[in-house]
Design a protein around this ligand. Structure first.
Ligand SMILES: Nc1nc2c(ncn2[C@@H]2O[C@H](COP(=O)(O)OP(=O)(O)OP(=O)(O)O)[C@@H](O)[C@H]2O)c(=O)[nH]1
Ligand SMILES: [Mg+2]
Length: 292
């Protein structure tokens, strides 16, 4: 691990993440020995193509100029149709790719934690054991995943665009609840002001008057300083703490049940069941009692 003034050992970090992701031997010990720091974790979510990567690129550029150490987690869309978008992400980030203070990691979004990767909590915990100033996560906000990202992040930035239309309408209810900061990107296009007004109106109705609504033009790095000012303030709310506790409870349960099942011989269970199921009085619930 490193101190604030030194360069983070990215090689060791990357290797540790891989060990944990692949559940290599002793990965549990690695996880148990982590000493995570209190690093702000900031999630960027929103509909596909809203400009999340472009905006993050601009935000990270400013922070790197200030010599900040940045970790970035890109949650890969699992659908092969999104492969292009992922490659696009990489390209847009490429301006900072070689910066010694930026660590980028992709995490597959497959997995059963609703939408987000099974391993994202572990990856974040490993990263939080290094001296980053900020950790960013980018994920496409569709369905469940945005709620999870809000549970993982201290601050959730929801990026919307004027033209996103119907798809956003459908998502908005979910996105409304999780946003700590709203960004209307592509404010160089028509209707940005109208969307800002409509959002502000909805926030007002739902009593969330202290949620900022910012406008940005990511491609020109406009509004980026204002966004950084907002995310520099820790926003952790009661709602966020709730989401975090739900997420961590689910995760803890899964770790516990996995550990309890570790030595369970499924083939043997099947062999016994194959024998016993032919008994006309076979009752599955009485049968499993012996294992409880
Ligand atoms: N006009 C305009 N175009 C923008 C702006 N920001 C991003 N774009 C463009 O929008 C497209 C999508 O940008 P991305 O940054 O890849 O969007 P994203 O939200 O990361 O996309 P996914 O990761 O695929 O969901 C790119 O062609 C960008 O150049 C902006 O402020 N104005
Ligand atoms: Mg992107």
């Amino acid at each position: 691990m490193s101190n604030k003034n030194s360069i983070i050992d990215f090689k060791t970090l990357a290797r540790t993440i891989s060990l944990v992701e692949n559940e290599a031997e002793n990965f549990e010990t690695i996880l148990q020995q982590l000493q995570p720091h209190d690093i702000p974790v900031i999630g960027f979510t929103g509909p596909p193509g809203a400009g999340k990567s472009t905006l993050l690129n601009a935000v990270i550029g400013v922070l790197l100029d200030e010599k900040k150490k940045i970790g970035l987690v890109l949650v890969d869309p699992s659908s092969p149709f999104n492969l292009g978008a992922l490659l696009g992400d990489r390209l847009r980030m490429s301006t900072h790719f070689t910066n010694e203070n930026l660590f980028i990691r992709s995490v597959a979004s497959r997995g059963s934690l609703g939408g987000l990767s099974d391993k994202i909590i572990e990856v974040l915990e490993v990263m939080r054991s290094y001296e980053f100033d900020y950790i960013f996560i980018e994920t496409v906000g569709v369905g469940q995943s945005e709620v999870e990202i809000a549970g993982l992040a201290d601050t959730t930035v929801v990026v919307l665009v004027p033209e996103s239309g119907d798809s956003v309408q459908a998502m908005k209810a979910g996105l409304m609840e999780i946003a700590d900061v709203f960004v209307i990107n592509k404010a160089d296009r028509a209707d940005a002001e109208a969307l800002a007004n409509s959002l502000q109106h909805q926030l007002h109705i739902s009593g969330r008057v202290n949620i900022p609504v910012l406008k940005t033009v990511a491609v020109e790095a406009k509004g980026v300083k204002e966004l950084i000012a907002e995310i520099s303030v820790r926003k952790e709310s009661m709602e966020n703490a709730n989401r975090k506790s739900i997420l961590l409870t689910e995760k803890a349960l899964r770790i516990i049940s996995k550990s309890k099942m570790k030595n369970f011989d499924k083939a043997e269970l099947r062999a016994i069941l194959t024998r016993e199921m032919n008994d006309p009085h076979f009752n599955l619930y009485s049968f499993v009692k012996q294992y409880l």
